[in-house]
Design a protein around this ligand. Structure first.
Ligand code: PMV
Length: 316
């Protein structure tokens, strides 16, 4: 059995986070500038069936797969993959590495799961189809996220722009004209599950008000999709601003994000919004299509205003 490698990209949500949990559409795109990689090598020197995992980002070095707890995300991804292919793992070493920042809304957990499922099933000579890979990654996501919408595992598995509606078959969309985003990490750690749970409580307390906000976000998503598919990139700035205002009303923004958004716009971004769970985490800023060289200045302004990391990414 030869060695086998697989990878998966990061992702960013362009429009529609939070409302997507309540059935509204959302748009997300892969971010190929960052990736998770998994390499598996047969290990005839190890006892039969022994699998050793090395994942420096989570402090694992030659950890025996069998010693990991039931709800360990890596162990769960491997176990579900073996169930799906109906095979046992021969003695092997698995290396997991990722350039996707952890807990920063770029889908690092889902990307590691997808790369791992792909690598394990490919290594065993039984590569799984994308819908199974995505479904396994979704099961693993539940460990941290409770009730994820499924958008992360979907866009990362298919590595294509996705128009996502919870529970519906995957729909991709095309990007008529590439556009450039600056993705910035606010440096404020913000567990998505908490923001999602708070929104749920607020929605239960005021279903009509929140339902209307979610529907308004859904309408922004539809306009954004039309703009992207039609090549009207310059319209996306105002739509990002509108989506951001609605997210503020939902209660998932924060002063740090708003300060960074203002800094990006001051530096020339056409629009900017938080991306993902909010309360911190990531924001995205749109670089004017007629002046792509502004990307550097926008990224610099964001770092000067306190962003801990910026990624300039061309969506194409
Ligand atoms: O924090 P992220 O990038 O994983 O995105 C969360 C997106 C939410 O809509 C807030 C939750 C979800 O499961 O879709």
């Amino acid at each position: 059995m030869p060695a086998y490698s697989a990878s998966a990209p990061g992702k960013v949500i362009l429009f529609g986070e939070h409302a997507v949990v309540y059935g509204q559409p959302a748009l997300a795109v892969p971010v190929a500038d960052v990736t998770a990689k998994v390499r598996i090598q047969p290990a005839p020197d190890l006892p039969r069936g022994e699998v050793l995992l090395t994942a420096p980002a989570v402090g694992l070095r030659d950890a025996s797969l069998n010693s990991l707890p039931e709800n360990d995300p890596l162990a769960k991804a491997v176990r579900l993959t073996l169930e799906a292919v109906g095979a046992h793992m021969p003695a092997a070493r698995i290396w997991i590495s990722s350039t996707i920042p952890v807990a920063a809304g770029l889908g690092s957990g889902a990307a590691v799961s997808v790369a791992l499922v792909r690598a394990v099933s490919g290594f065993l000579g039984k590569p799984l189809p994308p819908q199974t890979i995505s479904a396994i990654a979704y099961e693993v996501e539940k460990i941290h996220h409770g009730t994820p919408s499924g958008i992360d595992n979907t866009v990362i598995t298919y590595a294509q722009p996705v128009y996502f509606v919870r529970g519906e078959p995957i729909r991709t969309f095309s990007i008529a004209k590439p556009f450039t985003l600056v993705i910035a990490d606010s440096g404020v750690p913000a567990p998505t599950a908490e923001a999602v749970a708070d929104v749920r409580r607020a929605y239960q307390a005021e279903p009509e008000r929140y339902g209307a906000l979610f529907a308004a976000i859904g309408r922004v998503v539809e306009r954004a999709r039309a703009a992207i598919v039609g090549g009207a990139v310059e319209d996306l700035g105002a739509l990002m601003d509108e989506n951001q205002r609605l997210l503020e009303q939902i209660g998932v923004s924060c002063p740090t994000l708003e300060r960074l958004i203002a800094a990006a716009k001051q530096a020339g971004a056409l629009g900017a919004k938080l991306s993902g769970g909010g309360r911190g985490g990531n924001l995205i800023a749109l670089v004017p299509p007629q002046n792509p060289t502004l990307a550097g200045a926008i990224a610099e302004a964001l770092r000067a205003a306190g962003a801990v990391r910026t990624i300039v990414s061309v969506v194409k």
